[in-house]
Design a protein around this ligand. Structure first.
Ligand SMILES: *Cc1c(COP(=O)(O)O)cnc(C)c1O
Length: 210
């Protein structure tokens, strides 16, 4: 199948630049057949941006395949936080104090060891999700020190149609400042640049499936 060939090609490209970067296959617009096919082919990192859609598509698959890592890459509303906690292994979009507190509370009851990325609104765009760059350090410290969340790194989506490189450099610096090990950045249009600047998770959909 065509998309498997594309995954193989992209994986090889990634490996050439960085051996410790994971490809998160973004299946947000894909149906059940594609998911089953990819899981059967042995892939383990998948990204979804809507909690309910992910639950529907993945519930049975993750119950039968414990090695799957499901990554939430879209926003979490506080009333959906519990559902997100149940199905995802990684949250790339932590940005609100309220949701962070809910996760912290769930962690304390049942330490599932979710890996959290804090999403930073790296271009300071009005409509974008993520914490403001100027608030990021405070929020990172709050999540790690007060809430004891397992924050592994930062995540960003650079402004559309911009040169992503300056934003990747900025996020990497902030990540290093906090001693964080992982970095979630790079999509179809800019993952090669993200790799150059230290991404350890790239999230790719359209260049695999379109
Ligand atoms: C959809 C999406 C991606 C994948 O984007 P493509 O351009 O299709 O590769 C990555 N990250 C987030 C947060 C997304 O919503």
């Amino acid at each position: 199948m065509l998309y498997i060939n594309k995954i193989i090609k992209i994986s090889a490209e990634i490996k050439k630049i960085s051996t410790n970067t994971n490809l998160v296959i973004v299946t947000k617009n894909q149906d059940q057949n594609v998911i089953t096919h990819l899981v059967d082919a042995g892939y383990v990192h998948f990204g979804e941006n809507r909690i309910q859609e992910a639950d529907k598509k993945w519930k049975n698959v993750i119950a039968a395949n414990k090695n799957i890592n499901l990554h939430l890459i879209g926003p979490v509303q506080s009333n959906k936080a519990k559902d997100a906690y149940r199905i995802f292994n990684y949250i790339h979009s932590l940005e609100s104090e309220k949701v962070a507190k809910i996760f912290s509370n769930l962690d304390s009851k049942q330490p599932k060891k979710i890996k959290y990325f804090i999403q930073v609104n790296i271009g300071d765009e009005q409509q974008k999700n993520g914490v403001k760059f100027s608030d990021a350090s405070n929020f990172i410290n709050f999540c790690i020190k007060e809430l004891k969340l397992n924050v592994v790194g930062l995540m960003c989506i650079p402004p559309f149609n911009s040169n992503s490189e300056q934003y990747f450099i900025k996020l990497k610096k902030l990540n290093d400042l906090h001693g964080l090990k992982e970095l979630s950045m790079g999509m179809s249009s800019d993952y090669l640049l993200a790799l150059k600047h230290g991404a350890t998770y790239v999230r790719i959909g359209s260049s695999i499936f379109n």
